[in-house]
Design a protein around this ligand. Sequence first.
Ligand code: SF4
Ligand code: SF4
Length: 712
Amino acid sequence: MERSFTKEVELLKLGAGQTFHGEGILAVTKALLQSGISYVGGYQGAPVSHVMDVLNDARDIMDELGIHIETNASEAGAAAMLGASINYPLRGAVAWKSTVGTNVASDALSNLSSVGVRGGALIVIGEDYGEGASIIQERSHAFAMKSQLWLLDPRPNLPTIVRMVEKGFELSEASNTPVMLELRIRACHVHGAFEAKDNRAPRFSRRNTIENPEFDFARVSLPPATYAQEKHKVEVRWPAAVKFIRENRLNEVFEGPIAELGIICQGGMYNVAVRALQQLGLADAFGISKIPIYVLNVTYPLIPEEVAEFCAGKRAVLMVEEGQPAYLEDALHAVLRRADLQTKVHGKDFLPAAGEYTGEVVLTGVAKWLQTVASPDVDSGSIHRVLVALGATKRRAAELLGGAVPARPPGFCIGCPERPVFSAMKLIERESGAFHISADIGCHTFSTLPPFNIGNTVLGYGLGLASNSGIAPMFGNRTVTIMGDGGFWHNGLTSGIANAVFNKSDGILVIMKNGYTSATGTQNIPSSLHQTEWKSGDMSIERALKGIGVEWIKPVYTYRVSAMAKTLREAMNSAYKGLKVIIADAECQLERQRRIRPQIAAALKAGKRVVRTRFGVDEDVCSGDHSCIRLSGCPSLTIKAASDPLKVDPVAHVNNDCVGCGLCGEVAHAAILCPSFFRADIVQNPNALDRLAARLRNTLIGWLQPVEAGRS
Ligand code: SF4
Ligand code: SF4
């Protein structure tokens, strides 16, 4: 990983009496160090990659405290790492993106939660829910309920987030149960401040090791111990958790004068709920609300007594619960019924059942709820005016935009090395017709979007080849599978490739070897070219493939579109029966640019000759049919109005963002398109030879120009 987090690491060194200023996710990292953890692990994924990124760069702090840090190969590995807290008083934390990562980790989580923990175990999950999310829209809440793990959902402000991390470990130890800390994207990126404490060295660590291993069959997940563990969960651990949460006031009540109403919200929804009340004139700029609010910083388990106390004497409450199913709202009904309270419960009848609770969604829902419950203390006229103004603003915005705002789905970066593979597939499709492509998770999933629309199915990270195993035998022609190198190491090597070799699959697999898990922020993987001294630098995809019996392996430099198309053709028509693997090899362009930019700047500063390659389109030659755009999809390859009045269609144009990867020229060549692409080498700090060549060229062009001018 080339990105450095030196600035963030400095914040981790703050001690008692100092104030931390920064982002929510970095506050979590600092809180882990303040909590005396012995070990930390995780698998990268938005929005919590930062935990691992920063701690990996904070080796001096980790070494000083004796904390072990591990970059796990998958979320399953990270969850299994928490096994260190089962027998020993070791505090540990792991992080991943949920719900995808929690799906992967769920086997280990079931075992862990069944046997329980001695040392505090905290799972930091990035709840990537909402319209900016890159994953399936599901909730981690279901995992908490299924395995009886406690779920913290802190109010997005830094002191609360930090307190929840610290209390999360205590809760875990008080109830012998692992705890999940759920952070939405907004909570991770919220900025604020908190009073720092000194980092705490753990009792047992790499510096102070355990001497005697402990064995206790009651802590092994094997019958008959599992039956006792289930009883222990509900009879001992759950009540202990409820007691701890209540006694330590992990949930918060903000009283308000309009006592007949109340809002109950997930902690993560607090900011957006208060903002809605502010806009409706029912809260001030500091968040002091006229309507009482019960904030669930712990969304599982619920504390029935607290819920009943908050609702007692209220005519109606609104549950602000993002996502579905409405676990909390349904539980609220049950709690009130058992307590024989007649408070009317609202929630999904005013707020959408599914989708992200943005500021606008919550404002509209809260306003409509207030109109319906019609309290004498709430000015319904002003509520109506806010709703009318909101509608007017939206209508005006639509008018100014001349219609709906076009969707802007994500896409490959400029110069991405994965794009040429799909250009080659488009060319093959022209010859042979469409073929089934089993896609995978990673940047390469963008191939399913225009202009490629390549990839018929996506089943999960590293599962491309496994998902092809039922498809391939059903087609007369060979099908193709895509897998990234991140997915390969995550589980594709076993669930896909070992499975295919074992079952004598005749499929074609393209492995995108760009060197990083790019989509999560370009973290290193086992086969990354440059590793730090803490990681093995000797793991290769090719050797792993050979080791499990793959015989047909062809590496191709991705930017050579013709070579890629030729290799794909060969794989499709080969007489070889067995798995055929094409390794599409070229470094992630985003990471490459990050890596070379400082090198170029240093070379320029030192007065060294630097050559920058750019591509362009000769608009006199461009016919304006835009095949090049349809086949390359590079955002830098765009259109502009033709200066020739006889050309009606706009011509292709390469803008200044071009990184000079050469794909557009390659595509023009491989697809036998028009010869309008040119390559220009921009020489900075030219040497004497460059200057001489430039003078000669200028002279030659100078001779030709008057002739041209005279003719015109
Ligand atoms: S991050 Fe790298 S691999 Fe991903 S789209 Fe950008 S250039 Fe391609
Ligand atoms: S060379 Fe072509 S494909 Fe590559 S970045 Fe420039 S415009 Fe895009």
